[in-house]
Write a protein that binds this ligand. Structure first.
Ligand code: HEC
Ligand code: HEC
Ligand code: HEC
Ligand code: HEC
Ligand code: HEC
Length: 227
């Protein structure tokens, strides 16, 4: 006697249930991704002390390397903010030619004032992951060849720094699952303008090669990022 339902249909209920669970997970995931507060923090741009610090002038026009100021970014988890001493290397009395320009002098007075008072400049922090996320490791990402560009946008074009990416869990995982387009030659990690010029398909092609060569493994397990 022939069966009305072929034997593969025995699996149907499980498949349907599985589909429902995946759909539910997806819905939760999507809601989570789009409605976490950090998503809305894209563009966060607080008012800074003095007239603020201009990356477009220093890293863009003057072409200073990020590591001139963020000196620890390759060695430690934290990317440090420079001290007043770093600024004084150029902005001490009379050191720059533009110092004779009154407008420039006025704009940079807050640096010399802080230095004279032996105080630090209280820069307001822009990028921050919540405390339940382990220390975000800058060093590991730079060593893997992920550019500042991928996570901060082109800072060297920004007169005022703003948060360019959501810094959400979905954002971290999107790259961990598909890091190839974000991997560059190691000596290019801070050369944001040069990276922008590489066409996307070339970047992906090179990225695949780097991923293999460097034996990378971007973690997806909860313990890698959470306590
Ligand atoms: C001359 C020193 C100097 C150079 C060069 C420099 N920065 Fe900065 N950077 C600062 C200072 C000072 C701050 C804090 C003030 C601010 O946020 O604007 C800062 C802030 C930042 C922030 C935001 C920090 C936060 O609060 O979340 C990022 C991201 C950043 N820099 C990335 C870069 C990148 C990428 C480059 C290279 C393209 C670079 N910087 C070059 C001095 C520098
Ligand atoms: C390597 C030298 C150098 C260092 C280090 C440096 N600056 Fe400058 N900075 C300059 C020069 C040169 C200018 C003038 C650029 C121009 O007018 O085009 C300038 C301009 C400025 C201005 C005026 C911006 C404007 O809108 O005209 C401010 C404010 C400033 N710097 C803050 C800082 C701070 C804060 C630091 C330390 C985190 C710092 N600079 C470190 C060289 C430097
Ligand atoms: C893979 C993504 C990623 C890359 C690549 C990356 N950053 Fe960051 N950066 C972050 C995140 C996430 C934070 C917030 C970290 C936290 O809260 O602990 C941050 C914070 C910062 C801060 C603020 C630190 C503070 O204590 O206020 C600076 C400055 C900074 N990054 C500079 C850089 C520079 C310069 C580069 C390139 C040499 C770079 N970052 C590359 C993701 C990245
Ligand atoms: C643009 C790509 C990119 C983004 C965005 C990114 N990562 Fe990564 N991450 C990588 C790559 C590539 C590696 C692999 C490094 C290796 O294998 O050495 C990695 C490795 C790590 C590691 C393991 C470090 C180690 O010592 O092996 C941690 C932890 C981590 N990422 C946390 C984060 C967190 C938290 C975020 C989000 C706030 C984030 N990452 C966002 C690309 C990224
Ligand atoms: C690559 C790093 C990374 C991995 C892996 C990771 N997380 Fe997260 N997670 C984050 C970051 C970053 C945030 C903070 C997001 C924000 O600020 O919106 C977060 C937030 C969370 C939150 C709080 C969400 C909220 O909306 O408040 C929970 C719960 C969580 N993660 C659970 C997990 C679990 C469970 C896993 C393993 C399946 C995991 N995470 C794997 C980086 C990671």
């Amino acid at each position: 006697m022939s069966t009305i339902f072929p034997s593969w249909t025995n699996k149907l209920p499980t498949l349907i249930a599985g589909g429902a669970v995946s759909a539910a997970c997806l819905a939760v995931g999507v809601a989570w991704y789009y409605f976490t507060p950090k998503y809305w923090a894209v563009g966060y741009m607080p008012t800074q002390p003095g007239g603020g610090f201009n990356h477009q002038i220093h890293a863009g026009k003057l072409g200073m390397d990020c590591r001139y100021c963020h000196t620890k970014v390759e060695e430690s988890a934290e990317a440090n903010i420079p001290t007043v001493e770093t600024c004084m290397g150029c902005h001490a009395d009379g050191r720059l030619k533009v110092f004779n320009n009154q407008a420039h002098k006025d704009k940079t007075d807050f640096i010399r004032a802080a230095y004279a008072a032996d105080e630090s400049i209280e820069w307001r922090r822009i990028h921050k992951v919540p405390d339940y996320v382990r220390n975000f490791p800058h060093n590991a990402h730079i060593a893997a060849g992920v550019s500042c560009l991928s996570c901060h946008g082109n800072i060297a074009r920004m007169p005022v720094v703003y948060q360019h990416e959501p810094l959400s869990m979905g954002w971290c995982l999107d790259c961990h699952r598909n890091p190839e387009p974000h991997l560059v030659a190691k000596d290019m990690v801070t050369k944001l303008f040069d990276i922008e010029k590489i066409p996307l398909d070339t970047r992906i092609e090179q990225g695949r090669k780097y991923y293999e060569e460097r034996r990378l493994a971007a973690p997806e397990g909860c313990g890698a990022c959470h306590y």
